[in-house]
Design a binder for this molecule. Structure first.
Ligand code: SAH
Length: 390
């Protein structure tokens, strides 16, 4: 972070009018430099006893990093259309036109859609009565490709004057590359429904990370902070120190991003992931990048490891990126049985990271180094990557 940035990143100069209601930015009262210090301290407190951490890596520009933006639509007491974020742990919509964390183009597109609704006689969904058409808008942006997807979540598959609506929106935002109608007519707090219809463009966008291209559809899991994702994955690759001879396991692989990036410098990569759609995306991504030395398994990572260990499988490096709950006993005990030379553990929750590090360091592994990468500035989420060796 540069010095000029440090002084810019203070609450006083860039306040958020809805901070109290939204509750998304837990650390708005701190400067960015203070946030980094706090996160570093927390990491050290929880995991410092297992090994040394390099200085936390922050962002040059800590705002507007979110490539995925969601707005709920509704109306106020006077029946004016509003769009924004749900008030913390409620379904009350806090009107928001621009957010410190969200991609600014995405925010502008959402405002344009809200303004167009009136002339197209498009009513927002009313949660209480169940009437209305537009429930949510989801905008996903490809940071490195500039591609933009707009997902209109409607209660019905029919968008009146569809072609004219698309035309009007594209006139204001020619940068949009695809528009999708998603139908969600159930009484649910899930944003997206099952049925989709592409009304403009390809129905998905692509983005790039460390030289590989990834397909992102409305529901794909994809890291929300593209700049720091590159930093994080870069660190994971640095720690893994691949030479081209290794068998690498990418556990909790999502859409295969880490494994695909590792594939150039590995003999073979195996990815394992529980979510069916993510595995499908991973396979598509492998084809898209013409990667031949990777295969994906749709399975619980713990079960997969048990199976692999019982079959005497041989793995040189395990890169693992579990959800907040961390890994489980089945996974960790089989990991120890498989006995890879290196383990690279990416974590979004230092508490479960500490628990799992405790297990691994008792079973013959040593944590050589670790580093925090600030994936979510202004929030209290902490992401880290640790390197363990046998
Ligand atoms: N490495 C990916 C995804 C990390 S998120 C990336 O960087 O993009 C964690 C992933 O773990 C999610 O995709 C989730 O679906 C998956 N997951 C959660 N529990 C799992 C389990 N028990 N077995 C396998 N995968 C699991």
């Amino acid at each position: 972070m540069t010095e000029s940035n440090m002084s810019l990143n203070t609450k006083k100069q860039l306040p958020c009018p809805v901070a109290d209601k939204c509750g998304g930015c837990h650390l708005l009262h701190l400067s960015y430099a203070e946030q980094l210090k706090l996160k570093e301290k927390r990491l050290h407190e929880l995991c410092g006893k297992f090994g040394k951490f390099e200085p936390i890596i922050g962002m040059e520009q800590s705002y507007y990093y979110r490539n995925k933006v969601h707005a709920a639509f509704g109306e106020d007491r006077k029946h004016n259309i509003i769009s924004g974020i749900y008030e913390e742990s409620t379904h009350r919509i806090v009107p928001v036109d621009s957010c410190l964390l969200e991609n600014q183009k995405a925010d502008a597109i959402i405002v344009s859609i809200r303004k167009l609704m009136k002339s197209f006689k498009m009513r927002p969904y009313n949660e209480r009565s169940g009437y209305g058409l537009l429930r949510h808008v989801l905008v996903r942006t490809g940071y490195f490709t500039g591609q933009i997807m707009v997902v209109l979540v409607l209660t019905s598959p029919i968008l009146p004057s569809k072609n004219n609506f698309v035309k009007a929106l594209l006139k204001e935002h020619p940068e949009i590359t695809t528009i999708v109608v998603n139908v969600n007519n159930r009484f649910t707090s899930m944003v997206l429904g099952d049925k989709e219809q592409v009304i403009y463009g390809k129905g998905y966008i692509e983005d790039e990370l460390l030289g590989k291209t990834f397909r992102i559809s409305s529901k794909s899991f994809y890291q929300v902070n593209p700049i720091q994702t590159q930093t994080l994955y870069g660190k994971a690759m640095e720690f893994a120190g691949l030479t081209g001879k290794e068998v690498v396991l990418d556990a909790y692989c999502g859409t295969g991003t880490i494994g695909l990036i590792a594939s150039d410098n590995a003999k073979e990569v195996i990815g394992v992931e529980l979510n069916k759609a993510a595995v499908q995306d991973a396979r598509t991504n492998a084809k898209r990048n013409q990667v031949k030395n990777i295969s994906f398994y749709e399975k619980d990572a713990g079960e997969f490891m048990v199976q692999l260990a019982s079959q005497g499988g041989k793995v040189d490096v395990v890169i693992m990126d579990p959800p907040r709950a961390g890994s489980d006993e089945a996974f960790l005990s089989s990991l120890v049985t498989l006995s890879p030379k290196k383990i690279v553990y990416i974590s979004c929750n230092p508490e479960t990271l500490a628990r799992d590090l405790k297990y691994l360091t008792k079973k013959g592994y040593r944590m050589k180094k670790g580093v925090g990468v600030d994936m979510f500035p202004w929030t209290n989420s902490i992401e880290a990557v640790c390197f363990l060796e046998k």
